[in-house]
Design a protein around this ligand. Sequence first.
Ligand SMILES: Nc1ncnc2c1ncn2[C@@H]1O[C@H](COP(=O)(O)OP(=O)(O)OP(=O)(O)O)[C@@H](O)[C@H]1O
Length: 331
Amino acid sequence: MNKLILQTKKSNNDNDYAIYVKQFKQFFKAMIIGPFNFKVTSGKMHAIIGASGSGKTVFIKSLIGGYAKHYGIIKILGKDIKDLEVKKKIGYVPEFITFPEKISAYNFLKFMGFSNGVYGQELKHRIRTLMMSLGLWEHRNKDVNSFSSGMKKRVMIIQGIVHNPDILILDEPEAGLDIANRKKVIKYLKFLTLKGKTVFFSSHLLDEIKDYIDEYTFVINGRQIQTGTLDHLDINKTYYIVVDNNKKFLQFFAANNVKNWYDKDTKRINFVIQNPLHLQFVTKFAEQQEIKIFKIGQTEFSFDFLIKKDNLIKLEQKQLAIKQNSKNESD
Ligand SMILES: Nc1ncnc2c1ncn2[C@@H]1O[C@H](COP(=O)(O)OP(=O)(O)OP(=O)(O)O)[C@@H](O)[C@H]1O
C-alpha cells in the first residue's frame, strides 16, 4: 500500500500542469532568450518576473503561438499550443491594445466574444456580469477610446476572459496604471485563481505582487534564474553573483545592510537576501550602474549558517559521523 502511495506521488505527469515548459529557447541576432524550464500549476497565479528587456514578452508571445518558431517544448493543458481546443481555453491580454475607432466598450466586447466563439444570451450575460464586477457597466455605451488607462485595461481583461478560459495569460497587466488601479487588477486576477482559473502574467513590480502570487519564475537578461513557490519566501537564502565591478557591488551591499562575503578564489560575491524575489533589487542596481552580470545563482550553503562558528563545528561533526557510518556499512 505504502509503495503505491509513493509511486502516485512520484508520478509527475507533465500533462497535469496548466503550462509545461522544457528547454524553451528563442533566438534573435542580439539576444538568446532561454533556456526556460518550468511548470505552472493549474489554479495558481504564476508571475514571470524580470527587468525591462529580460525576455518576458518574447516568452509570452511564444506561449500564445505568436512566433512561427521556437525551440523546445511548450505544452498548455498537456497539448501543443497550436491545438485549437487548447486555444479556446486560453485568454490573452496583451500589454497594449489599439481599439478600433469609435466603438462602444460594449460593442467591442461583443465583437471579441464572437471572435472567441461565444454568442447570444450567454455572451450578453457574460459581458454584463464582467462589466459590472469590474465597474464598467455604466460606461458600456461610451466610446472605449475615451476611457482612462485603468478603464481600458479592465476592458482588455474582460476581452481576455469573456469566453471563460481556463488559463489567462497577461503581459504586464499593471503597465500604465496608477497604484490604486494596479491593486484592483492584481486583486481581480487573484479572485480568478480562487475560482479555479490559472493566471500567468509578466511583471517587474515585485513588491506589489509578492503577496498575491503563488509561484514565480525569475529571469535576467533572457536567462531563467529561478522558479519557485511562495514556500521559498521568508527563508534566508544565500546567492552569489559574478560581476565586472565587485567594488561597486560590495559598497552597494554594505550601504543596504545586505550581508555579503567576497570569495577571492571563485571571484564570487556571496550575499544573503530574505526572499529570492529580491534578486530584482540586485539586478536593478547592476542595470543602473551598467555593471555586467556574468553569473548569478544560489549557493550550496547558507551564509548565515557559516558565520555561526558553533554551527560550523556541528556540521563538520555531522559530516564526519555520516562518513564514519557509510564506512562502517561498506566494511
Ligand atoms: N523581433 C525581435 N527581433 C530581435 N530582437 C528581439 C525581438 N523581440 C525581442 N527581441 C530582443 O529580446 C529582448 C527581450 O525583449 P522582451 O520584449 O521580451 O523584453 P521584456 O522583458 O518583455 O521587456 P519589457 O518589460 O520592457 O516589456 C529585447 O531586448 C530584444 O533585444
